[in-house]
Design a protein around this ligand. Structure first.
Ligand code: SF4
Length: 487
């Protein structure tokens, strides 16, 4: 596996995983080309703005609740700080935990781009320690610090010698990668290189990598029923807690995109097994995942007993709602893992996948194998449905929705769902990563869909009162024709 934890930098997704943000084809072509290693990123003749890996890194590392994060960047790059801290504070508050993390920026200006800002960065690090006494200080980089060639590592080394806590760079220059999920890897590289200690003993717990831990109580109870504890990361964690994740029985995750670097990195560096089956969304995903968890940690019989109990409760109820959803056509727009995992759930619930648009695609994960959920879906899908890869290019999505006219749009990440609704398509914004987790939530998800497609008055009323910026000319264009030849 391509890890080098002696270096402060790491390979971006395009280099490590053959990731792309431009593709038009089908689920079976995507799966086959992933195996052959022949997928090539395609350029666009026009592109809307998207997100950057620096924003992703800032949002993810600040889930830890006792650190300082200094963004070595112009003030605009640090603008999301207030929203990030507000959300993280609310997540901590839900569990009655203090959230003491602070986000700071060095506010690079024109003069800094010419003369450098190394002295200012060092002063900011030392002042941050004096004022806040965090358990660790992370320094995130930006396009500007990268373009001017600021030697951030040298400054950090100097400052670290003067402080009793880790001071760690997170190299996430925004122009570094076209795939914002590279920001997750930047955080995980920093954590694995500088925070995680070698195991002292084996603990009776699994690492559960997720975003906002909304299903925490149910998952804790589920693992307790097979005699194992759960450690969720990074939401609401501390540096001391994270330093012990090398002692886990295994690492599991709600999302393959999110956990490839940490899961495979922990396996390579400390021998912690990583469960890299399809993810636990829908019944098929949950059962494949939980059986593998049971096998890896030596709890096969307990896992099987849990599955049997839950099936008896939920499968008959799922069958009932499945009948009502049968034949409904769905377009999905989500990140690389959820797009294809939720497409599988859509088919499990008796609906048809009309189109999948994924914000990026990793041709392989850090274990060298193609994403298992795409291989699984290509083999199990009754039809070879169309797929495109586009980093939240809303104008392409509007064209797709107009062409395929689905009964429902399922979106993750803010911004796309409202455009579907404005076009008259019922939509669900799946912000909660656990919306289709396991039996109970898959059933709840099915009823949410039923509600949404039954009562359509909201989008009907909205559509009747607004004028969209898109013309008939745009809707008549073939969305597959917007790409230049493969590069
Ligand atoms: S790091 Fe670069 S891409 Fe990201 S917000 Fe700053 S300038 Fe924009």
């Amino acid at each position: 596996m391509p890890f080098d934890f002696t270096s402060t930098t790491f390979g971006i997704r395009e280099e490590r995983l053959g990731s792309l943000v431009g593709y038009v084809g089908s689920i079976r072509d995507l799966a086959e080309q992933s195996c052959r290693g022949s997928l090539k990123d395609r350029g666009r003749c026009f592109s809307q703005s998207s997100s950057c890996d620096a924003g992703c890194a800032m949002g993810y590392i600040t889930h830890i609740r006792d650190v300082a994060m200094i963004n070595h960047a112009p003030s605009g790059c640090t603008a999301p700080a207030s929203a990030i801290v507000t959300m993280q504070t609310q997540l901590a508050d839900k569990r009655s935990l203090p959230y003491n993390t602070v986000v700071l920026g060095t506010d690079l200006n024109e003069s800094d781009t010419i003369f450098g800002a190394a002295a200012g960065l060092k002063q900011t690090i030392l002042e941050t320690w004096e004022r806040y006494k965090p358990s660790a200080i992370f320094v995130t980089t930006s396009c500007v610090s990268g373009i001017i060639g600021e030697d951030v590592d040298a400054v950090i080394s100097e400052a670290a010698e003067m402080l009793p806590v880790p001071v760690v760079p997170i190299h996430c220059e925004g122009f570094k990668s076209k795939v914002w999920a590279t920001g997750f890897d930047a955080c995980d590289h920093a954590i694995l290189s500088a925070i995680v200690k070698p195991p002292q003993k084996k603990g009776n717990f699994v690492n559960f990598k997720n975003f906002n831990e909304s299903a925490r109580a149910d998952i804790v109870e589920m693992f307790e029923s097979i005699g194992v504890k759960t450690f969720f990361l990074y939401s609401n964690t501390t540096i001391e807690e994270i330093s012990h994740i090398s002692e886990a029985l295994a690492t599991v995750s709600i999302c393959g995109t999110l956990c490839s670097y940490l899961g495979n990195g922990l396996l390579e560096k400390h021998g912690v097994p990583y469960i890299n089956t399809i993810n636990p969304l829908g019944v098929v995903g949950f059962e494949a995942w939980f059986r593998e968890v049971g096998r890896v940690i030596g709890k096969e019989a307990e896992a099987e007993a849990y599955i049997e109990r839950e099936r008896a409760i939920y499968i008959p109820k799922l069958e009932q709602v499945r009948e009502k959803l049968k034949g409904r056509r769905v377009v999905l727009g989500m990140g690389s893992s959820f797009a294809f995992q939720i497409a599988r759930v859509v088919q499990e619930l008796g609906m048809e996948v009309a189109y999948v648009t994924s914000w990026h695609y990793d041709s392989r994960y850090d274990d060298g194998n193609p994403p298992p959920h795409v291989q699984h879906l290509a083999a199990s899908s009754p039809v070879d449905f169309p797929v495109n890869i586009a980093d939240q290019q809303n104008f392409e999505l509007m064209n797709i929705l107009n062409t395929y006219k689905p009964d429902l749009y399922l979106g993750r990440h803010g911004g796309t769902s409202i455009w579907a609704i404005k076009q008259g398509v019922p939509a669900i914004f799946m912000a909660d990563e656990y919306m289709a987790f396991g039996y109970k939530r898959t059933l709840s998800f099915a009823y949410t869909i039923l509600d949404r497609i039954t009562n359509r008055s909201f989008e009907k009323n909205l559509t009747a009162r607004i004028k969209l910026p898109y013309t008939g000319w745009w809707y008549a264009q073939d969305s597959g024709g917007m790409y230049e030849e493969a590069r």
